[in-house]
Design a protein around this ligand. Structure first.
Ligand SMILES: C[S@@+](CC[C@H](N)C(=O)[O-])C[C@H]1O[C@@H](n2cnc3c(N)ncnc32)[C@H](O)[C@@H]1O
Length: 194
């Protein structure tokens, strides 16, 4: 029996719901443990799968894409993207979140996901062709470091950010669109590596 994309996304959502009915508690503990409780760059928020899919489709998502979520948290985004991309990577600094994310992929039998427990400002992003960053709480210096890493990617690479655009002469920025989720309005920016 063929399982539809919608059904597979629902399975991922159900898995997370059962595993972590209160994700904020898990994230709060992880931040405290890492000494980041007061660091606004580690403010947590999740992108609903439907909104992620809308953004990725607008970015010209293809089955050949290598997807990265910069700051993937519990990585529901990464698992969802893995259903429609060749390979999906999540980069997350907080170890407990990265561990849970990897376990979720294994439990769901998803084998084209890799979770990297590291700082995305130092990560090797060369093979990525489609990037997502829920950048609402990033600072300008952090976004500059993200741009520097993205310069190693191939021309035509697409980068989607939320709230803040990237600002670099080698990265073309398209007009933002507005999306609603979690009771709020979000500006979404599509960029293309020149
Ligand atoms: C707003 S949450 C987004 C979670 C997920 N991307 C989503 O959209 O559902 C941002 C995540 O980025 C992580 N983060 C913040 N700075 C980071 C850094 N420099 N390197 C890796 N992860 C980072 C935080 O710990 C948090 O889990």
């Amino acid at each position: 029996m063929t399982v539809s994309l919608e059904e597979r996304i629902r399975q991922i959502e159900d898995h997370y719901q059962r595993l972590l009915p209160y994700p904020a508690l898990t994230v709060g503990e992880a931040k405290t443990q890492a000494g980041r409780a007061g660091d606004s760059e580690f403010t947590y928020g999740e992108t609903p799968p439907a909104s992620l899919m809308e953004m990725l489709r607008a970015a010209g998502l293809s089955a050949d894409d290598v997807f990265y979520d910069l700051g993937c948290g519990l990585a529901q985004t990464v698992l969802v993207a893995s259903l429609v991309c060749k390979q999906a990577h999540g980069i997350e600094y907080l170890e407990p979140l990265a561990r849970i994310a990897g376990e979720a992929a294994r439990a769901l039998g998803i084998d084209n996901v890799r979770i990297h427990n590291t700082d995305y400002r130092d990560a090797d992003l060369r093979d990525g062709t489609l990037f997502y960053c829920y950048a609402t709480c990033t600072t300008e210096p952090t976004r500059a470091l993200i741009c520097a890493r993205l310069l190693a990617t191939a021309p035509g690479t697409r980068i989607v950010t939320v709230t803040h655009p990237l600002d670099h002469p080698e990265i073309e920025r398209r007009e933002p669109v507005e999306l609603w989720w979690g009771g709020g309005r979000h500006n979404v920016y599509l960029h293309v590596r020149r």
